[in-house]
Design a protein around this ligand. Structure first.
Ligand code: DGJ
Length: 382
């Protein structure tokens, strides 16, 4: 204190103080602390952040968080996709609804449809922000199983809706051998009407539903996007009746699929895929399929995006690890400028009052072998 007082009395002292402060803040980056541990999270105007099933894009010094606007009494999309912006991940400014639902009857994104898990990536070549999300058509429950794309010239929108689709019609996965193709082509759906039998499981693994949907395109529900270091981007989604994940390459402008894709964990029932890359290894954390109820997370790794993908133990440890601490993952955000800082973003769903669903953002820690770990005691990001 005394030292401070004397120094601040002189101009030189003020300069020294300035340098000292700068030195301290440059040498030790400020800790982020707890970002969100399931308590209500307010935006800069004091309103609860409404951006569920979301993902975050870092662009020119700012983070942009895109998510589903959830209403009070329905999980259907009554408003659209929202965006919040932040410099340091803690305070989020509401940028509004960047892709609103529309009121034209029969439109893909008609009010009352389902718009889930939006993710946005930036395309350097076209200088466009490209959003993909899971779309279910109004009044059809979850049967449409489509994905949709929208584009914008600015991270703050507005996004222009482009189209929706099933994925890669008439195309086989690149990891299917001729022998496997032959076996799949012999499967007849009528022989497997009863689900969950051993016989049915084997048929699912061999591509029972892949074959069924070949001509119409593959189903696409829970999803995320991943942009690799070389600028290539991938769409990762729950397909084949939510039983098998697909990883599909996007075209150079990120608005369509190239036709190159692989199946991951056939018959494994994975939803809520999240993916990140660390020291050359691709990590994927997913959930099981229990609707809005939480379940145990699963984890996979691969040396390339195309696999082979190996399953690991549940990455969660500690109390409630068997239900991912009550949450379900939606995105893994690599924190800009920090080595080894990855945030696992998850939603704590409250389907009875969807707007009151919460967020759990957990920094990922790593074992000495480099295996990701999620722990409720590590909610602080340093
Ligand atoms: C779980 C998914 O992860 C959510 O995004 C949502 O589609 C619910 N299922 C619907 O039950």
């Amino acid at each position: 204190m005394y030292f401070k007082k004397i120094l601040s009395k002189t101009f030189a002292g003020a300069c020294v103080m300035c340098l000292l402060t700068c030195f301290i803040s440059c040498a030790t980056p400020a800790a982020f602390g707890v970002l969100c541990d399931g308590n209500e999270w307010m935006d800069t105007q004091g309103n609860p952040i409404n951006a569920h099933g979301g993902g975050v894009l870092y662009h020119q010094g700012k983070y942009y968080w895109y998510g589903e606007y959830k209403s009070d009494f329905t999980t259907a999309a009554m408003v659209g996709i929202t965006c919040y912006a932040s410099k340091h991940l803690r305070q989020w400014e509401n940028c509004g609804v960047v892709l609103p639902v529309v009121d034209s009857i029969g439109a893909d994104i008609e009010r009352g449809c389902v718009m889930e898990r939006p993710k946005v990536i930036y395309n350097e070549k076209t200088q466009q922000f490209v959003m993909w999300f899971h779309l279910e058509l109004k009044g059809q429950g979850y049967n449409a199983a489509r994905t949709a794309v929208a584009v914008s010239d600015s991270p703050k929108g507005p996004f222009r809706y482009v189209r929706s689709m099933r994925v890669n019609p008439d195309v086989l996965p690149v990891d299917m051998s001729d022998k496997q193709w032959g076996e799949m082509m012999q499967l007849r759906p009528n022989d497997y009407k009863k689900w969950w039998t051993k016989k049915w499981r084997t048929a699912v693994e061999k591509g029972l539903y892949l074959k069924r949907d070949l001509s119409t395109g593959q189903m696409s529900r829970d999803m995320t996007l991943f942009k690799d270091d070389d600028g290539k981007a991938y769409h990762i989604y729950s397909s084949e009746e939510n039983l098998t994940l697909h990883i599909a390459e996007l075209t150079a402008d990120y608005t369509a699929h190239t036709g190159k894709y692989v199946r991951v964990a056939p018959g494994g029932q994975n939803e809520a895929p999240t993916i990140f890359k660390r020291n050359g290894t691709y990590w994927m954390i997913t959930s099981g399929c229990t609707g809005w109820d939480p379940n145990a997370a699963r984890m996979f790794s691969a040396p390339t995006i195309w696999g082979p993908w190996t399953q690991h133990d549940n990455p969660c440890v500690g109390e409630k690890s068997e239900i991912t601490f009550g949450a379900q993952g939606t995105f893994v955000l690599p924190v800009k400028g920090r080595k080894d800082a990855y945030l696992f973003m998850a939603d704590i769903w409250r389907p009875k009052c969807p707007s009151d669903s919460r967020y759990l953002w957990l920094p990922i820690s790593f074992t000495s072998e480099g295996v990701p770990v999620l722990s409720p005691s590590t909610t602080e990001l340093n």
